[in-house]
Design a protein around this ligand. Structure first.
Ligand SMILES: Nc1ncnc2c1ncn2[C@@H]1O[C@H](COP(=O)(O)OP(=O)(O)O)[C@@H](O)[C@H]1O
Ligand SMILES: [Mg+2]
Length: 462
């Protein structure tokens, strides 16, 4: 199972949060004040760009001060009632546990109420939700933290928050700070990544540490050494500003025509564009039904792309393009839009670029095997290779025999065995191949034949 590095390395104490020193200091000061009972401003609003440590800092603060946390992701609970229920219980009475159970012995422990994504709280015109927040801040005897990307989306509906809560700004992190965090992660993960690559990842992230960590993990996953060439998949990102704007316009389009036109100016074929849309639908369309509708449109688009390729009829691209732009944009049902600060680079392209070397060696292997199987190398790749790899691991002698016949080298053998070149098994197979080539060997007998011979012998003895 893949563990997200962003979770693995989430700071557990405020001292582990990098950058934004002023913000951290202000948070500590506010929490200190609670020691003497509720201060004048009972809530903090942490505002700023995604991936700068807002959520982590709120949780770390609670940890540092020994507070319980009642965490609400505001976009999951869209109405006033649930805010009152969840926030109200923990905030106003001290007799409920973090999971809402009634506690007979009320402890003195404080409960920090964290309302994440408080700017997404109000679906349509849910002023009731806004009122509930304001009332809760007014009445609470417990500390509250509201987290927002878009402060004005919150204060437009809950303007009292402006005076009731203290503002704490989280700024985009400096590129060098991001780079140093990436460096540390590489050390801890024991991977060797070219400096240039780290720098590029850091710059591309534009101050979003979460994004940078995700990119790094995607890039190094399962490997020990990353050279500068490996960053090519990301390198193009700097030139993707136009694409970014086009996607933004497309996802936000109100009419099908606008959605389609948004992507006309960019230099991407529908085959490439669909990857970008695919990767970013979950960032834009968060409700399950909208997401389902969008992916449904995308799957139809994909059918057209496939037909375009197989029929070589590029007229079909129009349909593919319409399904992926209009179809996706029109899947949006709610007025409120989640706009990511930047779009993700398609994971598929990163994967393909990473596996380039691997695919090249597989192609070379298949073309060596093709003649001895009397078939095309494509046939070998699609229908024989998996079996061959499985057989190779079970039947050493078969592998040696094939190795000699097809003139395989160490790399080929390693590929078939799923091993690293130079491993003990690979070495011994290669040396057996060498012996076989020089005629210094026993004839090949499969396990089955051995058993048969034995049985025959037993029969004849009988
Ligand atoms: N300032 C920071 N210091 C350390 N890690 C950070 C910082 N900002 C972000 N991260 C990393 O990125 C992840 C996401 O950060 P998060 O606190 O959720 O950001 P936000 O809430 O501002 O979007 C964290 O789990 C952590 O791994
Ligand atoms: Mg957050």
């Amino acid at each position: 199972m893949r563990e997200e590095w962003t979770e693995k390395y989430r700071p557990v104490s405020l001292s582990g949060v990098v950058g934004n020193d002023d913000a951290i200091r202000a948070m500590r000061r506010w929490a200190e004040a609670w020691r003497k009972g509720p201060p004048k401003r009972r809530a903090l609003v942490l505002r700023g760009e995604p991936g700068t440590g807002k959520t982590s800092s709120a949780l770390a603060l609670a940890g540092d001060f020994g507070w319980d946390v009642i965490e609400m992701n505001a976009s999951d609970h869209r109405n006033a009632d649930s805010i009152r229920r969840v926030a109200g219980l923990g905030a106003i009475s001290e007799t409920f546990s973090p999971n809402g159970e009634f506690l007979t012995t009320a402890e003195g422990r404080r409960k920090l109420i964290v309302l994440d994504e408080a700017d997404n709280l109000f679906g349509r015109e849910d002023y009731g939700g806004a009122r509930a927040i304001v009332e809760t801040i007014r009445e609470t005897s417990q500390p509250m933290i509201l987290i927002v990307n878009d402060y004005y989306a919150l204060t437009r509906k809950a303007s009292a928050v402006k005076t009731l809560a203290e503002n704490v700004w989280f700024r985009r992190l400096d590129g060098r700070v991001v780079e140093s965090v990436l460096e540390r992660l590489c050390r801890e993960e024991d991977v060797d990544v070219d400096r240039e690559v780290l720098e590029r990842v850091a710059i591309n992230a534009g101050g979003d540490l979460r994004g940078a960590i995700n990119d790094l993990q995607m890039l190094v996953e399962g490997r020990q050494v990353i050279g500068s060439a490996d960053a090519d998949a990301l390198g193009k990102r700097n030139q993707e500003v136009e694409l970014d704007a086009a996607l933004r316009e497309m996802f936000g389009a109100r009419t099908a025509r606008d959605a389609r036109n948004a992507t006309f100016g960019i230099d991407k074929t529908p085959d490439e564009l669909i990857l970008w849309i695919d990767e970013n639908i979950p960032l834009e369309l968060r409700s399950p039904s909208e997401m389902a509708a969008a992916f449904d449109a995308l799957s139809r688009s994909d059918v057209y792309l496939r037909r375009t390729r197989s029929l070589q009829h590029y007229g079909l691209w129009t349909y593919a393009r319409e399904m992926m732009t209009c179809g996706v944009a029109m899947s949006r049902r709610e007025g409120r839009r989640h706009t990511p600060s930047r779009y993700n680079f398609p994971g598929y392209l990163i994967m393909m670029s990473r596996s380039k070397g691997n695919r090249a060696s597989r192609a070379a292997l298949c073309s060596k095997l093709a003649p001895i199987f009397h078939s095309s190398s494509r046939q070998v790749r699609t229908s024989m290779l998996p079996y061959l790899r499985s057989l190779s691991r079970r039947d050493r002698q078969l592998l040696v025999k094939i190795g000699v016949d097809a003139d395989l080298d160490e790399g080929d053998v390693a590929f078939l065995l799923h091993e690293d070149p130079g491993s003990k098994t690979v070495d011994s197979v290669v040396s057996e191949m060498r012996q076989l080539r020089t005629g210094n060997h026993e004839p090949y007998v499969s396990g089955n034949e051995k058993a048969l011979t034995k049985r025959r012998k037993r029969l004849s003895d009988f």
